[in-house]
Design a protein around this ligand. Sequence first.
Ligand code: ADP
Ligand code: MG
Length: 252
Amino acid sequence: MMIALEHVALTYQSPDGEIEALRDVSFEMEEGEFVSIVGPSGCGKSTLLSLISGLEPPTGGQILVDGKPVTAPSGRVGLMPQRDQLFEWRTIWDNVTLGLELQKERDPKQYERVRELLEQYGLGAFTEKRPSQLSGGMRQRCALIRTMATQPRILLLDEPFSALDYQTRLSVSADIHAIIRQEHKTALLVTHDISEAISLSDRVVVLSHRPAVVKSIHDLGVLRDLRPMARRDAPSFRTYFNSIWKELDVNA
Ligand code: ADP
Ligand code: MG
């Protein structure tokens, strides 16, 4: 198993007392799998990603990557944050190579790879532009390429499409899905959009209200073999949607 979460819990200590964000989260991911997490706002989804990326330790349970407990951030895991966090004063090239600059050793092969990714994903002509000169979809592709620049094997994506309008979100999420598949990454996507989760992933993990526990895990079966857009037209799409919708308990 590439990633194993075993009874992960996290309680924040704040000046006003304790906030129990995660109570008991367990699931596993195989190498190359694409898993989505859906759950109510504030239930601890971003918290979970920061624990997996090693930014903070859980207060209960453990997280294993390649069989070893996660104790600190490592190059194996790349986190793509909710907002693209591109820096306006840097060019696109300087933005996407930021992670490489911060590494102790410069590896020319990694720079070469970034150059290829930019070309391949339609950004080759924009390397000297500033983020504000790009469309929302192009910015998201930049943010993904920046996350992939250091060649992590695991990608954690925190509601990466939520700032995009509906039409753009459909095409950008399909693009990003294709990139992740092509690069053979293992991906964990947080989203509050059930349709997005079903159209992109192999399995969907549903979290409860805070403090989060895993309510259910849905294996998307035959949908896995379809492209994101085609999934939305498949008969089982609505079945999955309805059962996840019921569990999400949006009116509670
Ligand atoms: P989600 O991403 O699912 O919306 P978060 O993981 O951001 O939820 O937050 C889960 C809960 O933990 C929320 O109630 C939030 O206010 C609280 N929380 C998040 N970060 C901190 C922190 N650093 N200190 C205290 N409480 C926090
Ligand atoms: Mg969040």
